[in-house]
Write a protein that binds this ligand. Sequence first.
Ligand code: HEC
Length: 159
Amino acid sequence: MRLFQILIYMLALTIGGCLAFQHNIQFPHRSPKQLQYIEKVSESTPGVDFVSKGTPSSNPALNKQGKALFKTNCASCHNKNMKDDLVGPALNGVAARWKDYPEEDLYEWIRNSQSLVESKHPKGVSIWKEWNKAVMAPFPNLSDEDIAAILFYIEETSG
Ligand code: HEC
């Protein structure tokens, strides 16, 4: 009877040892909990916000703000890769395309594109016609700071 107990005990030790050994091969020095923590920290470390593959942003906070606003307001119609058209045109280099007009015109377009079309703004009318008079949604609630952040994000993402 005693021998039987010792055998069971040894068997349990062997199985336990194997499991611990396997775990050690997968994660030599870190428990799964530690690994999760490390991933979380690197995601949220300020100052290490990457725009696209490996390019650090020149202003991570502004980039982040612009990205969030772009995602909620614009990404349904404008491709987030900034290169391909979607419901609306690709936005890479958009500021340069509006450079012949005061900066406020582009801000006004984003806030209410149809008001520019109605006032016969040459750039506004031409892009509207080019896109078969599809109406871009108005965003009266976006502040100048919001739009500046979105344009900054577009610029950095365009590369
Ligand atoms: C419902 C779809 C839709 C949404 C949402 C949308 N757009 Fe547009 N956007 C368009 C369309 C379509 C055009 C093409 C012009 C037109 O037909 O009015 C356009 C054109 C533009 C242009 C002019 C592009 C150029 O080459 O001159 C800019 C800038 C722009 N959008 C920015 C934005 C921003 C910034 C947002 C988010 C705040 C946004 N759009 C959200 C549909 C949309």
